[in-house]
Design a binder for this molecule. Structure first.
Ligand code: ACK
Length: 699
C-alpha cells in the first residue's frame, strides 16, 4: 500500500498510520472519504438585503466568505418577532424577541435553501422582525458553538386587513336579519369599521345597499320577505379596505298566510284595526323619538348608513361626516370636499415645520377678486407612491367637510400640478403644546378656559358629525394670533404613522397611549367618549402649560396605573372645577364621561363666573408617586350615596361648583366620589343650602 500525506487539517501520530484524525475544530462528515480534507462549519452569510412589501419581505444575501472547505452549503432562515418600546415610544435597545408564528410563510422554504434568497410572507403589519440567516454544511452539526449567522431587522409596512371569513346568521324574520362575524384573522391594524354590502340575489348587484358597522354584528332591516339576498363584508383599517368576504347567502322568512272564518270575522276585524292603530302609534312614536335622538345627538354615531341604488349615493338628511375611503376613487372624494386651487395663486414664504408627507410652509393665497390671506401649505414630497398621495389628500377630504370656528379651515388643494399641496388657514402661534411651553404661567385662568372652551366646541362639532378624532392632544391643536384654538390633524393614517407619540399595542395597532382611553387601547373602542378621555388629557396639558402627561413613566406603566385606578394629579394651581372635569373625562365607564356639549356648557359657565376658578385643587404638580391613587386609604372612602353626600357637604361646593352643570343626578353620583376623593385639599367648608335632591345645577 502506498503512503501519502494526511489531507489538509488532519494529522496522524505515527508514520504509516491507517487513519488521519482531524485537527481541532475540523471535522469529517459521515460519508466523507478518509482521503478527504477535514472541514469546518462555514462563516456567516454576508450582505443581507431586505426588501419589504407590505407584510412580506424578500431577503437576499451573499455566499459566506469561508465555506469551511466544503461544497454542501445550505441556508436556514430563522424568523423572530421582536418587541420593545421605550417610554418615549421609540424602540429601546433591549428588544424582546419570540419565534414567529407558525403561519408565517417561507418561499421556497425556511431550511435547506440552496439559493441565497427567500421570500417571507404573511407577517403581521407594523411589526418588527429579526431574521437570522445561517449557512450550514455537512459538519455544522458537530460544532454548534462555531455556527455563525447574519441577522437583519425589519419593520413591516401597513397592509389592508385579511378578509372576513366567518359570517353567522343569528336571527331571521320576514323583513330583517341579524348577522355576526369574526374579526379577520389578520386585521393588520386597528379595524375602523366594517362595510356590509347586500343585494337581492336576483338583482345581480344592479342595486345594492351599503351599511357600515363598528362592531362585528349588524341587523339588516327593511328587507323583502321570502327573498334571497347575497351579502359581503370587508374590514377597513387606516391602510384601506381589505378584500371582501366570500358572498354569504340568506333568505328572509315568508309572509304567514291566514284566513278569516265568517264567525270570527268581526273579532279579526277588531284585532286588525287595533293592530293598525298600534302600528300607527308606534310609527308616530318612532318618528318623534328619532327626531329627539337626532337633535340630542347620536347615541350611535358609530354606525353610518349609505344607500346605493344603481350606484347612486343617497345620504340621509342629517349632515354626517363621509369617510373618503367609501369612495372607490379617492380623488373623487377630494374634489367633492375640497376646492382645486391654481398653484399660481399661492406664494410660499418659508418652511415652518415638517409633516408626515413633506414640509409645512407658511405663505399667502390670493384668489381672484378676494383679499390675500395668510395660509399654511402642507406639501407632498416627490417620489411618493399612489397610496401616499391618497393618504395625504384624505386629510383634505376630511377637513373639507368641516366648517366650524374651532376646526382648522381648508382653503383648498393643488392636485393638478406638482407639488401636491393642502392649503389651510394660517395659525400664527403654531401647535398648542409648544406654544404653552413657550409661555409658561403667562395666561390668566380665563384665557386658559377660553382656549379649552374652543377645543371642546370644535370637538362637539366633530362628534355631532359622527367623526371620531382618535388623536386629540395639545400637539394637534393649533393656536392663532387671537389665542383661538382649532382642532387639526385629520389624516387617516395619522394615528398609525404620523404621530411620534403613537406606540404599538400588544394587538398590533399603533396608539398614542398617554392620550387614549383604556377601552380604545384594550379593544380599539374609539368613540366620541374616548375622544372625551383625550380631551381630559388635553385639559391637563393646558393647565400644566404643556407638561408631558405621566412624565417619564413608560407606556406600559401608564396603561397599568390607569387600569388600577390611578389618575394624573391636578396640575399646580389648577382650579378644582377643572380638575373635577378632568376626572370626569377619565371615568373608566365611558358612558359616564361628559359629552362635549356638556363640557362646553361647563366651561361657558366657568367663564361667566370667573370667581369659581379661584378654588384650586391644591396638589403639587408632581407628587412623589406621580399619580393619585383614587382608592388610597389616605382619602375618605365613599361607600354609599349617603357617604359621598356627607363628603360633599364638607366641600366648598357653592364656590367650587357654581356654574357647573351636570345633566343628571346620576352623573353627579358617579362623579361625586371622585369629587371628594380628589379634592381633599380644598379648604373644608360647609354648604348648608345644598340638598341631595337639588343636584349641582340648582346650587
Ligand atoms: O408648532 P408648530 O410651529 O405648528 O410646528 C408644527 C409644524 O407645522 C408641523 O405640523 C405647523 N403648522 C401646521 N399647520 C399649521 C397651520 N395651519 N398654521 C401654522 N402652523 C402650522 C405646526
Amino acid at each position: 500500500m502506498e503512503c501519502s500525506k494526511c489531507p489538509p487539517h488532519s494529522f496522524s501520530h505515527h508514520e504509516g498510520s491507517l487513519h488521519c484524525g482531524c485537527e481541532k475544530n475540523y471535522f469529517r462528515a459521515e460519508g466523507d472519504p478518509a482521503s478527504m480534507a477535514c472541514t469546518r462549519p462555514p462563516s456567516a452569510p454576508r450582505n443581507v438585503i431586505s426588501s419589504i412589501n407590505e407584510t412580506s419581505v424578500i431577503l437576499d444575501w451573499s455566499w459566506p466568505e469561508d465555506a469551511g472547505g466544503r461544497r454542501d452549503i445550505t441556508f436556514t432562515v430563522l424568523c423572530k418577532r421582536c418587541r420593545g418600546v421605550a417610554a418615549n415610544g421609540s424602540n429601546s435597545g433591549t428588544q424582546r424577541c419570540e419565534p414567529c408564528r407558525s403561519n408565517v410563510r417561507f418561499l421556497p422554504r425556511a431550511a435547506g435553501l440552496h439559493n441565497t434568497t427567500v421570500t417571507v410572507g404573511d407577517l403581521l403589519a407594523h411589526t418588527n422582525y429579526t431574521f437570522e440567516i445561517e449557512a450550514l454544511n455537512g459538519v455544522s452539526s458537530f460544532a454548534p458553538k462555531m455556527r455563525q449567522y447574519a441577522a437583519v431587522t425589519i419593520t413591516t409596512n401597513q397592509a389592508a386587513p385579511s378578509p372576513v371569513t366567518v359570517i353567522r346568521k343569528e336571527k331571521t324574520s320576514r323583513n330583517s336579519v341579524s348577522l355576526s362575524w369574526q374579526e379577520p384573522e389578520r386585521p393588520n391594524g386597528i379595524i375602523l369599521d366594517y362595510e356590509i354590502k347586500y343585494y337581492e340575489k336576483e338583482e345581480q348587484e344592479t342595486s345594492y345597499t351599503i351599511l357600515r358597522a363598528r362592531g362585528c354584528n349588524v341587523t339588516l332591516n327593511g328587507l323583502k320577505s321570502n327573498t334571497a339576498y347575497l351579502l359581503q363584508i370587508r374590514a377597513r383599517t387606516a391602510a384601506g379596505y381589505g378584500a371582501s368576504s366570500p358572498s354569504f347567502q340568506f333568505e328572509t322568512s315568508p309572509d304567514s298566510a291566514f284566513s278569516i272564518s265568517s264567525e270570527s270575522s268581526q273579532v279579526v276585524l277588531i284585532a286588525i284595526s287595533s293592530a293598525v292603530a298600534i302600528i300607527l302609534l308606534t310609527v308616530l312614536l318612532y318618528i318623534l323619538i328619532g327626531r329627539f335622538c337626532c337633535r340630542s345627538k347620536s347615541k350611535h354615531p358609530d354606525e353610518k348608513r349609505l344607500h346605493f341604488g344603481n350606484g347612486h349615493l343617497r345620504l340621509p338628511g342629517i349632515r354626517t361626516y363621509v369617510d373618503p375611503h367609501t369612495y372607490e376613487d379617492p380623488s373623487q372624494a377630494v374634489h367633492e370636499f375640497a376646492k382645486e386651487l391654481d398653484a399660481s395663486c399661492i406664494a410660499i414664504d418659508k418652511v415652518v415645520g415638517a409633516g408626515e408627507f413633506g414640509e409645512v410652509c407658511s405663505g399667502r393665497l390670493k384668489l381672484p377678486s378676494k383679499k390675500e390671506i395668510c395660509v399654511a401649505i402642507k406639501t407632498l414630497k416627490g417620489g411618493y407612491t399612489d397610496k401616499q398621495r391618497r393618504d395625504f389628500l384624505a386629510e383634505a377630504s376630511i377637513m373639507g367637510q368641516f366648517d366650524h370656528p374651532n376646526i382648522i379651515r381648508l382653503e383648498g388643494v393643488v392636485t393638478r400640478s406638482k407639488p401636491v399641496m393642502i392649503v389651510t388657514e394660517y395659525m400664527e402661534n403654531g401647535s398648542l403644546d409648544s406654544f404653552l411651553r413657550k409661555h409658561d404661567a403667562q395666561f390668566t385662568g380665563i384665557q386658559l378656559v377660553g382656549m379649552l372652551r374652543g377645543i371642546a366646541s370644535g370637538m362637539k362639532y366633530l362628534s355631532d358629525m359622527g367623526y371620531v378624532h382618535r388623536d386629540l392632544a395639545a400637539r394637534n391643536i393649533l393656536v392663532n394670533s387671537n389665542l383661538v384654538c382649532k382642532v387639526s390633524d385629520f389624516g387617516l393614517s395619522r394615528v398609525l404613522e404620523d404621530d411620534p407619540e403613537a406606540a404599538y399595542t400588544t394587538r398590533g395597532g399603533k396608539i398614542p397611549i398617554r392620550w387614549t382611553a383604556p377601552e380604545a387601547i384594550a379593544y380599539r373602542k374609539f368613540t366620541s367618549a374616548s375622544d372625551a378621555w383625550s380631551y381630559g388629557i388635553v385639559l391637563w396639558e393646558v393647565m400644566s402649560y404643556g407638561e408631558r402627561p405621566y412624565w417619564e413613566m413608560s407606556n406600559q406603566d401608564v396603561i397599568k396605573a390607569v387600569d388600577e385606578g390611578y389618575r394624573l394629579p391636578p396640575p399646580m394651581d389648577c382650579p378644582a372645577t377643572l380638575y373635577q372635569l378632568m376626572l370626569d373625562c377619565w371615568q373608566k365607564e365611558r358612558n359616564n364621561r361628559p359629552k362635549f356639549e356638556q363640557i362646553v356648557s361647563i366651561l361657558d359657565k366657568l367663564i361667566r363666573n370667573p370667581g369659581s376658578l379661584k378654588i384650586t385643587a391644591n396638589t403639587t404638580s408632581r407628587p412623589a408617586n406621580l399619580l393619585l391613587d383614587r382608592s388610597s386609604s389616605e382619602v375618605p372612602s365613599m361607600g354609599t350615596m349617603g357617604d359621598w353626600m356627607d363628603g360633599m357637604r364638607t366641600l366648598p361646593c357653592k364656590e367650587a361648583f357654581s356654574g357647573v352643570s351636570y345633566s343628571s343626578c346620576d352623573t353627579l353620583a358617579k362623579t361625586s366620589t371622585e369629587v371628594v376623593l380628589t379634592e381633599v385639599h380644598v379648604t373644608p367648608a360647609t354648604c348648608p343650602e345644598w340638598e341631595p335632591s337639588m343636584g349641582i345645577t340648582t346650587l
